[in-house]
Design a binder for this molecule. Sequence first.
Ligand SMILES: [Zn+2]
Length: 138
Amino acid sequence: MSSIRVHPGAWETMLAHARAAYPDECCGAMLGTGGEVRVAVPLENSFAGSRRTRYQVSPEDLLAATREARQGGLQLIGIYHSHPDRDAYFSETDLKNSCPWYRFLVLSMKGGVFDHAACWQPNPEQTEAARVELDLPI
Ligand SMILES: [Zn+2]
């Protein structure tokens, strides 16, 4: 099983973003190197429908995040999003809208409070996602 480690500053950014967006889903970029998430960049949930159960990252935002990562000597290694009042599973929709070359961190927010998190890596066919070991600063 592959693993990622989230640095404290990046984790605080994700948590604060998930809390602020609740009861909607939040989403953002995870920048780092290898299996290390050093910076989290909150992005806009651009899904046009109900954002309580869906998120969408615009290609423009993703491109900007990739540029920002490169400028800082980092890479875009994944996407995080929150699941308000749901567990941190990887849904069919999440899988369909994913990319096999990114890791996907999901934060479960119960009643607006962080409950647990899980990280996923889709297979190349995007038919299933394997669990990635997650090392959080908590
Ligand atoms: Zn999801």
